[in-house]
Design a protein around this ligand. Sequence first.
Ligand SMILES: Nc1ncnc2c1ncn2[C@@H]1O[C@H](COP(=O)(O)OP(=O)(O)OP(=O)(O)O)[C@@H](O)[C@H]1O
Ligand SMILES: NC(=O)c1ccc[n+]([C@@H]2O[C@H](COP(=O)(O)O)[C@@H](O)[C@H]2O)c1
Length: 175
Amino acid sequence: MSCRRALFLGRFQPFHNGHLEALKWILEREPEVVLAIGSAQYSHSFRNPFTVGERLEMIQAVLRAENLADRVMVSVVPDTDNEHSLWVRLVVSWSPCFDKVYTNDPLSQLLFREEGFQVEGIPFHEREVLEGTRIRKLMAEGGDWEKYVHPRVAEIIKRIRGDARIAELYRLSPA
Ligand SMILES: Nc1ncnc2c1ncn2[C@@H]1O[C@H](COP(=O)(O)OP(=O)(O)OP(=O)(O)O)[C@@H](O)[C@H]1O
Ligand SMILES: NC(=O)c1ccc[n+]([C@@H]2O[C@H](COP(=O)(O)O)[C@@H](O)[C@H]2O)c1
């Protein structure tokens, strides 16, 4: 039976304006969305600087500010690394019911299709600037990153000194 809900998957390190545009685009097509925060167990690296709790806080703040909270549920899913056959089952059991998946990650697309899910890509919005890696680099270098995230996200990052954390992590290991 269909639950008429779509999964939007990502690491959201941090949740930026490209993710918000993607979410709004999906909500034009689907009645409800499960936003799944992946790689939940990772933090404090340049690629994954924020904890899952910090990412959850950023996303909830944006959902409330944009009046999207009544149509979006958030779930949290750890990576199983190379145990790919377990991962889709983990996403399913740790998330509210969904029957369609939106992601541009080719491996996630493959894994969900193999399990029988309908999978769709998401059109990129201003990808030349709205890319997590680029925004984290701007933070590491003291550049102007704030305009690429929602004001509520910027507030949280500044409160937790996330930009200073990323600068330090980049200095330790820029990969
Ligand atoms: N500017 C954007 N417009 C539309 N979709 C986007 C944009 N940026 C990311 N996405 C999509 O959102 C999902 C989650 O992305 P993810 O958390 O990996 O962010 P990212 O910007 O690609 O970050 P990173 O550079 O850290 O990998 C992916 O399917 C990704 O393709
Ligand atoms: N076996 C696994 O752990 C596995 C496989 C494919 C994707 N994933 C996760 O799915 C998410 C995909 O989101 P991104 O678009 O941010 O890459 C990431 O968190 C990625 O680690 C995990």
